[in-house]
Design a protein around this ligand. Structure first.
Ligand SMILES: Nc1ncnc2c1ncn2[C@@H]1O[C@H](COP(=O)(O)OP(=O)(O)O)[C@@H](O)[C@H]1O
Ligand SMILES: [Mg+2]
Length: 250
């Protein structure tokens, strides 16, 4: 796709929660993000779609404060996040379930969940455990077990539950369906919809583009560090170029 044909379409009216403005991110000599801009409105589910290496995870890292943009700005709830360290970004209400889950294998499920709340000043976690165990009953059954003994799908649930323990206003999920059996994929996306319906805005990264777009309001297509297409999810699902490149031409 030609980056010059990016439609200048802006999201529907609503409150902008996150405004990523033309960010450039480098890893040494690697120019990973070449001017990425995107917006997320309150209560949306937005998906970033793109091939392996396109820059999806780097975009999430930049928002989380883990990768610093060399130029450009990230504005969250009207506040410029430049120079805000990652642990303070979490306190502002942004939390991430990272690619590959990265749970703590020797800590119990409950302890893993507690780690998600480390940045919170309010340590009264009762209601949060209740919420997570309600969304993921299997975590309640396994709360005393080491995280490393869970199946892949259960570890994904643990990573999502841990991110929820921070009480995020904006939850970022990096490839939540990666490596999961189809039954788990459906379950994870049902839970993503439920979390969203409880009032949490969601930024989703997925290679499983079809399923992701089905639950999303809007999507951005990223190719080699640039946004090449931005549209309503329903339009992206119908877009022949997107179909061919990311949806298996179905
Ligand atoms: N830690 C790193 N060091 C060097 N290059 C990296 C690093 N992480 C990612 N990259 C490079 O940055 C680009 C974007 O990667 P990434 O954001 O992980 O893509 P995606 O999540 O879309 O697969 C790729 O070219 C990748 O090789
Ligand atoms: Mg990635």
């Amino acid at each position: 796709m030609d980056p010059n044909t990016v439609p200048s379409q802006s999201p529907a009216n609503g409150e902008v929660v996150l405004d990523v403005q033309d960010i450039h991110v480098y890893y040494g000599q690697v120019h990973a993000l070449k001017g990425v801009s995107l917006q997320i409105m309150r209560n949306e589910i937005v998906t970033l779609i793109g091939a392996n290496g396109a820059g999806k995870s780097t975009t999430l890292s930049a928002i989380s404060g883990l990768a610093k943009p060399r130029t450009g700005r990230i504005v969250y709830e009207g506040r410029d996040l430049s120079g805000v360290p990652a642990y303070d970004v979490v306190k502002l209400g942004l939390s991430q379930s990272p690619e590959g889950r990265r749970i703590f294998p020797r800590m119990s499920v409950k302890e893993n969940l507690e780690m998600g709340a480390f940045s919170r000043s309010n340590k009264d976690l009762g209601a949060d455990f209740e919420r997570v165990y309600h969304l993921f009953p299997v975590l309640s059954e396994r709360k005393s077990q080491p995280g490393g003994t869970l199946s892949g799908g259960e570890q994904q649930m643990l990573a999502m539950g841990r991110a929820l323990m921070a009480r995020p206003k904006l939850l970022m999920l990096d490839e939540p369906s990666m490596g999961l059996a189809p039954m788990f994929v459906e379950k994870i996306f049902d839970i993503i919809k439920e979390i969203n319906s409880q009032g949490t805005t969601i930024l989703l990264v997925e290679q499983n583009a079809n399923v992701a777009l089905e639950v999303s309001n809007r999507g951005y297509v990223i190719e080699t560090g640039q946004v090449v297409l931005a549209d309503k999810a329903s339009e992206l699902l119908k877009n022949p170029q997107v179909q061919e490149a990311y949806l298996g031409g179905a």
